[in-house]
Every structure is written in structure tokens, then in C-alpha cells.
Design a protein around this ligand. Structure first.
Ligand SMILES: [Zn+2]
Length: 153
């Protein structure tokens, strides 16, 4: 996909400089044009990647680092910010609407009207079901995991 077709590629290429709050060689952070609250930011890779499945772990780490730093900046910015949501919607079923992967950094405050529902109203599954699901995920993680960072250094 080219920049002409993707609004986030346009931003990453520097076309919308006034919206950008941070840019480096791998990620760009910029104002959401349809903010949930004032100061709502998006962090996206510089190079077009549709979703998590297309994203290398290094760039994903850079996205999280930029989001973490943006959250700290929002807390000090003077904008109303009593809390932060970091939210990544991967796939249409998860609410992704622009298919250039992005991490939302959303300032929150009491009474902001935002409702996030994560399905915690569901009944807790039987222990055997939890064990079975954990086993299926564990097996896939073992096949997809990259090298573990060296924690002895
Ligand atoms: Zn793009």
C-alpha cells in the first residue's frame, strides 16, 4: 500500500507535520483526528504494516516504548489526564478501522464517557477448560517465540 492510500503512511512520511509529537527511524506518534478525549495519540510504525501479524517484534517494542513515553508526557502536559489507556485493535473484529497497525494512547478522567468492556461479565470456565486453552496457546507460543533476551548480562 502506498502513502496515497494510507493516511498513516502520509503522516509517517511527514505530510502532516503539525499532528506529529514524536518521530524516529521506526515509529511515529501523532494526534488522533477523531479523539476519544483531548490529547488522544496514536503510535504507528513508519513503514506500512497492516496488523500485528506483519509487525516485527523490534518495531512492536519501539511502538510500546513510544506509547509509554507519550503516556508519561500526557500526564505532565496540562491536558486533563487522570489515567491512560493503551489500546491496540488488531483486525476488524477487534475494532481496527485503519489497517496500518497503531497503538492508541488515550488520556482518561472520571466522567469522560468512555466505556471499555472486555467481557469480564462471562462466567468463569471450568479449570479443565482453562488448562486446555492454556496448553493450546503455550504450544503455539513455543513455535513462534523468538530468542529469549539474555537476562544474565
Ligand atoms: Zn500505511
Amino acid at each position: 500500500m502506498t502513502g496515497q492510500q494510507c493516511p498513516f503512511c502520509d503522516i509517517a512520511s511527514g505530510a502532516e507535520r503539525d499532528q506529529v509529537v514524536h518521530a524516529d527511524s521506526s515509529v511515529v506518534a501523532f494526534m488522533d483526528l477523531y479523539p476519544a478525549t483531548d490529547g488522544h495519540l496514536l503510535v504507528a510504525p513508519v513503514h506500512h504494516r497492516a496488523g500485528l501479524g506483519d509487525l516485527d517484534e523490534e518495531t512492536g517494542t519501539a511502538m510500546w516504548r513510544a506509547g509509554h513515553r507519550a503516556a508519561a508526557a500526557l500526564r505532565r502536559s496540562g491536558l486533563r489526564c487522570e489515567g491512560i489507556n493503551l489500546l491496540l485493535c488488531d483486525g476488524a473484529a477487534a475494532g481496527q478501522s485503519v489497517f496500518h497497525v497503531h497503538l492508541h494512547v488515550i488520556p482518561r478522567y472520571r466522567g469522560d464517557g468512555i466505556v471499555l468492556r472486555a467481557g469480564h461479565g462471562r462466567a468463569s470456565p471450568a479449570e479443565s477448560e482453562l488448562r486446555e486453552r492454556a496448553g493450546a496457546i503455550r504450544a503455539c507460543l513455543a513455535r513462534t517465540a523468538g530468542p529469549e533476551p539474555d537476562r544474565t548480562a
